[in-house]
Design a protein around this ligand. Structure first.
Ligand code: LLP
Length: 441
């Protein structure tokens, strides 16, 4: 049994319980949404997303000046409505595939504000992005640089690029998302001399317009020091390239990665404070190095959308194995949320109709796939009388859930519903079984 103080924490301000004890997101009672749209159901609080964009934009501008930019890393969640919101809010975007570019375009997002990442862009990706008018490529390696040069040349375009640089930073997060270390599959390392080599190469190619550099050291980072070191190293590299190659970087993108709160034990990151601290440190470093601070971009994904979202499930089987453990199976699982299976990620899962009672039971909340690893969370305190038909909410599922969902076991992906001013609307309709078979010939 969990003590009262730890029993239930609504870890984000947009979550409340109404007088009847029902859990609400952005003021909307969750059972009404389950009734209207069914479960499993991805929900987003639109206002929260907009608020996050505004916080980032104003902090970045205060820290780095008016020409700085925030790019929403749309791999965190990519669907038309989100790109429309990003457009409205004046954000840039980070895209990593033709699918993301296509969807952003469909939303009318101005692709001149899109930065195209990926460590392995195919020829088709490159031509698609150039033809779509993607503003900037973030180039991972020399092969890609040659390919872009050739394809841009054929189109008589001079393509703007940033080079992805590996600063050699350990961001102290889970291995799957640590990308700043020298042995990373991403980018060219400063330590090995490859970062300088690729800069020289970019400067020598006629259809490449080198704007500057990019790095992204990892994800779910709580420690601001990681960004201070990253800023220091990247600015030193900028200064080295100025001195050694006579190249003045106009732009420096220091990536995303700020952490979010999945469980009460994790801290709430103060975005504004973190950005301002990094800004101060980078401005000081630029003065020490006697260089102009380039235009700075940040690339947050998770911290823009994660806590705007939650997933609603309906309980099915409740199984107790005396002396061992108890399972609560829900109507979703690793197909809509693979993050526990992949990273062992912690989650807060709460009953919708009423708080976790003092007399509760620790249960494993599992999905419905034919796979033992299909677990959403272990040791979740739940009411002892939990039963088929009850609703559960898994919090903080706005980032890397819809975008990482699969159709394993031919399970359909849930709809995405947005909440705004107490109303709800569908942003992505749920898949049907017909959708699933629609490509079979
Ligand atoms: N920029 C680049 C180049 C990235 O690779 C990423 C994330 C970001 C920005 C945004 O990072 P964020 O602010 O969202 O932490 N599937 C994993 C996360 C993978 C992150 C991949 N790159 C998860 O569910 O935890």
């Amino acid at each position: 049994m969990i003590t009262t103080a730890k029993r239930e924490r609504l870890i984000c301000e947009n979550l409340t319980r109404d007088t009847a004890g029902e859990l609400c997101l952005a003021g909307v009672p969750l059972s009404s949404l389950a009734k209207e749209y069914g479960t499993p159901l991805y929900l987003y609080d639109e206002e929260r997303i907009r608020e996050r964009c505004k916080t980032y934009l104003s902090a970045v501008r205060a820290a780095f000046g008016e020409n700085s930019q925030v790019l929403y890393a749309s791999k965190a969640a990519s669907f038309k409505r989100l790109y429309e919101i990003m457009k409205d809010e004046g954000m840039g975007i980070d895209v990593v595939s033709r699918g993301e570019i296509y969807t952003a375009r469909l939303a009318g997002f101005p692709l001149c504000r899109a930065y195209f990442h990926s460590n392995n862009k195919t020829d088709e990706d490159i031509t698609y992005a150039i033809d779509a008018g993607v503003g900037c490529f973030v180039v991972d390696n020399a092969e890609e640089l040659y390919a872009i040069n050739e394809m841009a040349g054929e189109r008589k375009v001079k393509q703007k690029v940033l080079l992805r640089i590996t600063p050699g930073i350990d961001p102290h997060t889970y291995a799957a998302v640590a990308t700043g270390k020298v042995d990373s599959k991403f980018g060219s390392a400063i330590e090995t001399g490859q970062a300088k080599e690729i800069t020289e190469l970019a400067l020598s190619l006629p259809s490449i317009d080198l704007l500057g550099f990019h790095c992204h050291v990892g994800s779910q980072i709580f420690d601001a020091d990681v960004y201070l070191s990253t800023g220091d190293i990247m600015l030193s590299f900028v200064a080295d390239m100025q001195r050694e190659l006579g190249f003045t970087a106009r732009e420096l993108d220091i990536g995303g990665g700020l952490g979010v709160r999945y469980v009460a034990d994790q801290p709430t990151v103060d975005i504004e404070k973190t950005v301002l601290t990094v800004g101060e440190s980078m401005r000081k470093r630029a003065r020490e190095l006697d260089i102009e601070l380039p235009k700075i971009a940040l690339e947050p994904g998770r911290s823009i959308v994660a806590d705007a979202g939650l997933t609603l499930y309906t309980v099915g089987t409740v199984k107790r194995i005396p002396g061992y453990k108890s399972y609560v199976s829900v109507d979703g699982g690793m197909t809509d949320n693979p993050r526990y299976a992949l990273y062992g990620s912690p989650y807060t899962i709460l009953p919708v109709m009423g708080e976790i009672p003092p007399e509760n039971e620790q249960m494993s909340v599992v999905g419905r796939c034919c796979e033992s690893g299909d677990i959403l969370q272990e040791n979740v305190p739940l009411p002892k009388d939990i039963k088929r038909g009850d609703l559960l909410a898994c919090l903080t599922t706005g980032a890397y859930h819809y975008s990482m969902a699969s159709n394993y076991n031919k399970i359909t992906r849930p709809p995405v519903v947005m909440l705004k001013d107490g109303q709800s609307y569908i942003a992505v309709r749920g898949e049907t079984v017909e959708d699933l078979a629609s490509h079979d010939v």
